[in-house]
Design a protein around this ligand. Structure first.
Ligand SMILES: [Zn+2]
Length: 224
Protein backbone atom coordinates (compact mmCIF):
# COMPACT_ATOMS: atom_id res chain seq x y z
CA UNK A 1 0.00 0.00 0.00
CA UNK A 2 1.27 3.42 -0.96
CA UNK A 3 0.04 6.33 1.13
CA UNK A 4 0.92 8.82 -1.57
CA UNK A 5 3.09 9.10 -4.62
CA UNK A 6 2.83 12.35 -6.51
CA UNK A 7 3.91 12.79 -10.13
CA UNK A 8 6.98 15.04 -10.25
CA UNK A 9 5.83 16.57 -13.58
CA UNK A 10 2.24 17.47 -12.97
CA UNK A 11 1.47 16.66 -9.34
CA UNK A 12 -1.11 14.00 -10.16
CA UNK A 13 -1.56 11.50 -7.30
CA UNK A 14 -0.11 8.19 -8.48
CA UNK A 15 -0.97 6.22 -5.32
CA UNK A 16 -3.91 4.49 -7.00
CA UNK A 17 -2.12 3.81 -10.29
CA UNK A 18 -1.26 0.15 -10.71
CA UNK A 19 2.41 -0.82 -10.90
CA UNK A 20 3.82 -2.38 -14.08
CA UNK A 21 7.00 -4.47 -13.74
CA UNK A 22 9.74 -3.14 -15.95
CA UNK A 23 11.12 -6.14 -17.92
CA UNK A 24 14.88 -5.72 -17.44
CA UNK A 25 15.33 -5.09 -13.72
CA UNK A 26 11.79 -5.86 -12.53
CA UNK A 27 11.41 -2.34 -11.13
CA UNK A 28 7.88 -1.27 -10.15
CA UNK A 29 7.01 1.39 -12.74
CA UNK A 30 4.00 3.70 -12.77
CA UNK A 31 2.89 5.77 -15.73
CA UNK A 32 1.14 9.02 -14.91
CA UNK A 33 -2.33 8.95 -16.50
CA UNK A 34 -2.28 12.73 -16.76
CA UNK A 35 1.05 13.51 -18.51
CA UNK A 36 2.48 10.07 -19.41
CA UNK A 37 5.62 10.56 -17.28
CA UNK A 38 7.04 7.24 -16.10
CA UNK A 39 8.39 6.90 -12.55
CA UNK A 40 9.48 4.17 -10.19
CA UNK A 41 6.97 3.50 -7.42
CA UNK A 42 8.05 5.17 -4.20
CA UNK A 43 7.08 4.37 -0.66
CA UNK A 44 5.94 7.32 1.41
CA UNK A 45 8.72 8.41 3.84
CA UNK A 46 6.31 8.12 6.79
CA UNK A 47 5.61 4.49 5.90
CA UNK A 48 9.33 3.76 5.59
CA UNK A 49 10.07 5.43 8.94
CA UNK A 50 7.32 3.38 10.57
CA UNK A 51 8.82 0.13 9.26
CA UNK A 52 12.26 1.16 10.54
CA UNK A 53 10.73 2.01 13.93
CA UNK A 54 9.16 -1.47 14.09
CA UNK A 55 12.58 -3.05 13.44
CA UNK A 56 14.31 -0.91 16.10
CA UNK A 57 11.49 -1.59 18.57
CA UNK A 58 11.93 -5.35 18.16
CA UNK A 59 15.68 -5.29 18.77
CA UNK A 60 15.25 -2.88 21.69
CA UNK A 61 12.73 -5.27 23.26
CA UNK A 62 15.15 -8.17 22.87
CA UNK A 63 17.93 -6.09 24.48
CA UNK A 64 15.75 -5.13 27.48
CA UNK A 65 14.66 -8.75 27.89
CA UNK A 66 18.30 -9.90 27.84
CA UNK A 67 19.26 -7.27 30.44
CA UNK A 68 16.41 -8.43 32.70
CA UNK A 69 17.52 -12.07 32.27
CA UNK A 70 21.14 -11.09 33.04
CA UNK A 71 20.08 -9.29 36.24
CA UNK A 72 17.90 -12.23 37.32
CA UNK A 73 20.49 -14.95 36.65
CA UNK A 74 23.46 -13.04 38.09
CA UNK A 75 21.50 -12.17 41.24
CA UNK A 76 20.19 -15.74 41.52
CA UNK A 77 23.65 -17.24 40.99
CA UNK A 78 25.20 -15.05 43.70
CA UNK A 79 22.33 -15.80 46.10
CA UNK A 80 22.51 -19.56 45.54
CA UNK A 81 26.30 -19.62 46.06
CA UNK A 82 25.96 -17.85 49.42
CA UNK A 83 22.98 -20.02 50.44
CA UNK A 84 24.82 -23.27 49.75
CA UNK A 85 27.86 -22.05 51.70
CA UNK A 86 25.64 -21.38 54.74
CA UNK A 87 23.97 -24.80 54.34
CA UNK A 88 27.31 -26.62 54.18
CA UNK A 89 28.60 -24.65 57.19
CA UNK A 90 25.41 -25.60 59.09
CA UNK A 91 25.78 -29.25 58.11
CA UNK A 92 29.42 -29.30 59.28
CA UNK A 93 28.57 -27.55 62.55
CA UNK A 94 28.47 -30.23 65.28
CA UNK A 95 26.55 -27.94 67.64
CA UNK A 96 23.73 -27.22 65.18
CA UNK A 97 20.27 -27.21 66.75
CA UNK A 98 18.66 -29.34 64.04
CA UNK A 99 19.74 -31.16 60.87
CA UNK A 100 19.82 -29.25 57.57
CA UNK A 101 16.81 -29.67 55.24
CA UNK A 102 18.22 -30.35 51.78
CA UNK A 103 15.03 -30.84 49.73
CA UNK A 104 14.16 -27.16 49.18
CA UNK A 105 17.66 -25.89 48.26
CA UNK A 106 18.16 -28.82 45.88
CA UNK A 107 14.78 -28.23 44.18
CA UNK A 108 15.37 -24.47 43.87
CA UNK A 109 18.91 -25.02 42.54
CA UNK A 110 17.74 -27.56 39.95
CA UNK A 111 14.95 -25.25 38.73
CA UNK A 112 17.39 -22.34 38.54
CA UNK A 113 19.93 -24.51 36.70
CA UNK A 114 17.33 -25.52 34.08
CA UNK A 115 16.50 -21.84 33.49
CA UNK A 116 20.15 -20.79 33.44
CA UNK A 117 21.20 -23.56 31.04
CA UNK A 118 18.26 -22.83 28.73
CA UNK A 119 19.05 -19.11 28.70
CA UNK A 120 22.79 -19.53 28.12
CA UNK A 121 22.06 -21.96 25.25
CA UNK A 122 18.99 -20.62 23.43
CA UNK A 123 19.46 -16.95 24.36
CA UNK A 124 22.78 -16.77 22.52
CA UNK A 125 22.11 -19.19 19.65
CA UNK A 126 23.61 -16.76 17.10
CA UNK A 127 27.02 -16.67 18.85
CA UNK A 128 29.59 -18.74 17.00
CA UNK A 129 31.55 -19.65 20.18
CA UNK A 130 28.92 -21.53 22.14
CA UNK A 131 31.01 -21.66 25.35
CA UNK A 132 31.43 -17.86 25.44
CA UNK A 133 28.10 -16.99 27.15
CA UNK A 134 28.95 -19.53 29.88
CA UNK A 135 32.44 -18.07 30.37
CA UNK A 136 31.12 -14.48 30.47
CA UNK A 137 28.43 -15.48 32.97
CA UNK A 138 31.07 -17.15 35.17
CA UNK A 139 33.29 -14.04 35.05
CA UNK A 140 30.42 -11.65 35.86
CA UNK A 141 29.14 -13.68 38.84
CA UNK A 142 32.74 -14.24 40.01
CA UNK A 143 33.33 -10.48 39.89
CA UNK A 144 30.10 -9.74 41.80
CA UNK A 145 31.08 -12.33 44.46
CA UNK A 146 34.46 -10.59 44.78
CA UNK A 147 33.04 -7.12 45.53
CA UNK A 148 32.16 -7.68 49.24
CA UNK A 149 35.40 -9.66 49.88
CA UNK A 150 38.04 -7.46 48.22
CA UNK A 151 36.72 -4.09 47.10
CA UNK A 152 34.82 -3.23 50.29
CA UNK A 153 37.65 -4.27 52.75
CA UNK A 154 40.19 -2.44 50.57
CA UNK A 155 38.16 0.75 50.75
CA UNK A 156 37.66 0.36 54.51
CA UNK A 157 41.13 -0.76 55.61
CA UNK A 158 43.43 0.34 52.81
CA UNK A 159 46.57 -1.75 52.25
CA UNK A 160 46.84 -2.72 55.96
CA UNK A 161 44.19 -5.41 55.63
CA UNK A 162 46.46 -7.86 53.86
CA UNK A 163 45.97 -10.82 56.20
CA UNK A 164 42.18 -10.61 56.00
CA UNK A 165 42.52 -10.30 52.21
CA UNK A 166 44.19 -13.72 52.13
CA UNK A 167 41.32 -15.18 54.15
CA UNK A 168 38.84 -13.49 51.85
CA UNK A 169 40.61 -14.96 48.84
CA UNK A 170 40.11 -18.46 50.24
CA UNK A 171 36.39 -17.76 50.77
CA UNK A 172 36.13 -16.40 47.25
CA UNK A 173 37.79 -19.50 45.74
CA UNK A 174 35.31 -21.76 47.57
CA UNK A 175 32.44 -19.75 46.05
CA UNK A 176 33.99 -19.94 42.58
CA UNK A 177 34.21 -23.73 42.85
CA UNK A 178 30.55 -23.79 43.92
CA UNK A 179 29.67 -21.58 40.95
CA UNK A 180 31.53 -23.91 38.59
CA UNK A 181 29.64 -26.89 40.02
CA UNK A 182 26.37 -25.06 39.41
CA UNK A 183 27.34 -24.35 35.78
CA UNK A 184 28.09 -28.05 35.25
CA UNK A 185 24.63 -28.88 36.65
CA UNK A 186 23.14 -26.19 34.38
CA UNK A 187 24.77 -27.75 31.31
CA UNK A 188 23.42 -31.18 32.27
CA UNK A 189 19.83 -30.19 33.11
CA UNK A 190 19.46 -27.02 30.97
CA UNK A 191 21.54 -27.65 27.86
CA UNK A 192 19.07 -30.01 26.18
CA UNK A 193 15.94 -27.88 26.85
CA UNK A 194 17.95 -24.95 25.53
CA UNK A 195 18.77 -26.76 22.29
CA UNK A 196 15.09 -27.77 21.89
CA UNK A 197 13.96 -24.16 22.40
CA UNK A 198 16.63 -22.93 20.00
CA UNK A 199 15.45 -25.36 17.31
CA UNK A 200 11.82 -24.35 17.84
CA UNK A 201 12.68 -20.64 17.51
CA UNK A 202 14.73 -21.31 14.35
CA UNK A 203 11.83 -23.31 12.89
CA UNK A 204 9.41 -20.49 13.61
CA UNK A 205 11.75 -17.92 12.04
CA UNK A 206 12.09 -20.06 8.90
CA UNK A 207 8.32 -20.45 8.71
CA UNK A 208 7.75 -16.69 9.15
CA UNK A 209 10.35 -15.88 6.50
CA UNK A 210 8.86 -18.31 3.98
CA UNK A 211 5.37 -16.95 4.66
CA UNK A 212 6.67 -13.43 4.02
CA UNK A 213 8.32 -14.55 0.78
CA UNK A 214 5.13 -16.24 -0.40
CA UNK A 215 3.20 -13.06 0.36
CA UNK A 216 5.66 -10.87 -1.57
CA UNK A 217 5.64 -13.24 -4.53
CA UNK A 218 1.85 -13.30 -4.62
CA UNK A 219 1.76 -9.51 -4.55
CA UNK A 220 4.27 -9.32 -7.40
CA UNK A 221 2.19 -11.71 -9.49
CA UNK A 222 -0.86 -9.55 -8.82
CA UNK A 223 0.90 -6.41 -10.08
CA UNK A 224 2.61 -8.05 -13.07
ZN1 LIG B 1 2.04 13.52 -14.37
Amino acid sequence: MVLSHVCVECGHDLARVRVRREAHYGLPMVRCPNCDTVAVRRMHPAWRAWRRFLRVKTSLGVLLLQLAALKFFVGGGVGLCEWWLLLVADALDANAARPVEWALPIAVTLLFAVGLGTWLTAGFAHWRERFLPWLIYFLIVGAVLAVPRFIVPLIENGASGQITLLEEAAGWMVRLVGLMAMLVVAIIVGGYPGLLLERAVAGFRRWAWQARRRRLRARRRLHA
